[in-house]
Design a protein around this ligand. Structure first.
Ligand SMILES: NC(=O)c1ccc[n+]([C@@H]2O[C@H](COP(=O)([O-])OP(=O)(O)OC[C@H]3O[C@@H](n4cnc5c(N)ncnc54)[C@H](OP(=O)(O)O)[C@@H]3O)[C@@H](O)[C@H]2O)c1
Length: 249
């Protein structure tokens, strides 16, 4: 399949987990990909894994200057973007009672503000007829105790998917979101809760998934590629759940 032959794809948070799997999928289908992250170790590992059709760039989506630098490099190297996958995100769990202002700001900055300004700064480079995909979450569908800041950040992103789709339809740029359920990625080790609590959480979550297993990053990646491709040419403003039935059954 070469749905992305000669396409330029930017994947934020493309150095790990779902973003890295998506970058591999885009390259498999012919794209040239730019991946971003914050850690130089992950960026260098991703560069090695992805090979010559990828460029890994360090850029923190919460920092305006980093985003300016990212898109300056993309403009100099490729002159345009065909697909933007705004995926970078973090998950720090905690109830409303427990969440500090610092955690609240970190989560909203990375997951919502970061994605918002990533898109704003990418827009001048984005081709008419291109596509934007966000990563939301099954958290934006329901009230799940202990997920307050992350759930709110993803619900905001869900609405941005619709608003932006309306604003960009005249340029034939489609905007959609993929909504992962529980996916096995390094994110699980970064929840900001003790390992034992994370393990208990994992067991409890497994019980709630109709498919009776966690998802794989590659299963999200193929959905992202679908939404970004011409196969989804009449789909905009939508959110596609990839969650083993968690939100639908
Ligand atoms: N895994 C799940 O179960 C699940 C479920 C629902 C939604 N999601 C969403 O899926 C997306 C990807 O998560 P994942 O599971 O693949 O996690 P992951 O393996 O931890 O990957 C997260 C990626 O985002 C990057 N990132 C984080 N904060 C960033 C920032 N401020 N600026 C730039 N890059 C940043 C990370 O780079 P560094 O490591 O260098 O910081 C990494 O490349 C996130 O938006 C997450 O909320 C995941």
């Amino acid at each position: 399949m070469s749905r992305f032959a000669n396409k330029i794809v930017v994947v934020t948070g493309g150095t790990s987990g779902i973003g890295l799997a998506a970058a591999k999928q885009f390259i498999k289908e012919g794209a040239k990909v730019v991946v971003t992250g914050r850690s130089s170790q992950s960026a260098s590992n991703a560069q090695k894994e992805l090979g010559a059709n990828a460029v890994a760039i360090l850029a923190d989506v919460t920092k305006s200057a980093d985003l300016d630098g990212l898109f300056r490099q993309v403009r100099e190297k490729y002159g345009r973007i065909d697909v933007l996958y705004a995926n970078a995100g973090i998950a720090k769990l905690g109830s409303v009672a427990e969440t500090t202002e610092e955690i609240f700001d970190d989560v909203l900055d990375a997951n919502f503000r970061g994605a918002y300004f990533t898109v704003q700064k990418a827009l001048p480079l984005l081709n008419d007829g291109g596509a934007i995909v966000f990563t939301t979450s099954w958290f934006d569908e329901a009230g799940i105790a202990g997920t307050s800041a992350v759930s709110a950040s993803k619900a905001a992103l869900r609405n941005l998917t619709r608003t932006l789709a309306a604003e960009l339809i005249s340029r034939n740029i489609r905007v959609n979101a993929v909504s992962p359920g529980v996916i096995e990625t390094p994110l699980f080790g970064k929840l900001g809760i003790p390992d034992a609590d994370a393990e208990e959480l994992g067991k409890a979550l497994l019980q709630q998934i109709p498919a009776k297993r966690f998802g794989k990053p590659e299963e999200v990646a193929t959905a992202v590629a679908f939404l970004a491709s011409d196969d989804a040419s009449y789909i905009t403003g939508a959110e596609l759940a990839v969650d083993g039935g968690r939100t639908q059954l």
